[in-house]
Unconditional design. Structure first.
Length: 181
């Protein structure tokens, strides 16, 4: 759908069992589920493209050396949480590193749908959301981050990550109400 000349997509990053309820799950991650659900409901009504990206690791992925085993390919830990209700027509893209773009079909899916503006939500703000925003910027996408729809381990890290995305990648940090208006 075109909004002020732009075609939008929502990219939901790593809202998976291991990062919400499992090994790295937290109350902070669970706390953004209602906001993301509201955004998805509005986005579907407006005809936006919906894409879920999810970690799906192999044992030899470089991240295993840093974080240990998590979100292993083929396990329930790498599945998108059922709370977000994936629907027919939504895309689910597996990734093996921080960025949702690196070695995935994300960019080609966005191009195929003539998307030029991405709304990025999910966890964690300072790692996978940030790297996804960086790669979106490098590919020429306009970026919106609804601040109620991203989260990380502390308020301080959250604010720093949002500020860095604003400064480095020209991401617009909006209130959810502005995004869904």
């Amino acid at each position: 759908m075109s909004v002020i000349g732009l075609t939008r997509a929502v990219i939901v990053v790593d809202m998976i069992n291991d990062f919400v309820y499992g090994k790295f799950g937290s109350e902070r991650a669970r706390g953004i589920i209602p906001s993301i659900s509201r955004l998805l409901e509005t986005a579907r009504t407006k005809g936006y493209l919906i894409i879920f990206t999810r970690d799906a690791h192999k044992t030899d992925d470089p991240e295993m050396k840093i974080w240990g085993e998590h979100a292993m390919k083929g396990t329930s830990g790498s599945e998108v949480i059922p709370d977000l209700n994936i629907q027919k027509g939504d895309h689910v893209i597996e990734k093996s590193t921080y960025s949702s773009f690196f070695n995935t079909e994300l960019d080609s899916v966005l191009k195929r749908h003539s998307v030029d503006e991405v709304i990025i939500v999910g966890v964690t703000t300072d790692i996978c959301v940030r790297h996804t925003a960086a790669d979106a910027f490098f590919r020429g996408y306009k970026i919106i981050i609804p601040k109620e729809c991203v989260q990380t381990i502390s308020d301080e890290i959250q604010e720093k990550a949002l500020d860095e995305m604003r400064r480095l990648y020209r991401a617009e940090i909006w209130d959810l109400e502005r995004v869904i208006a």
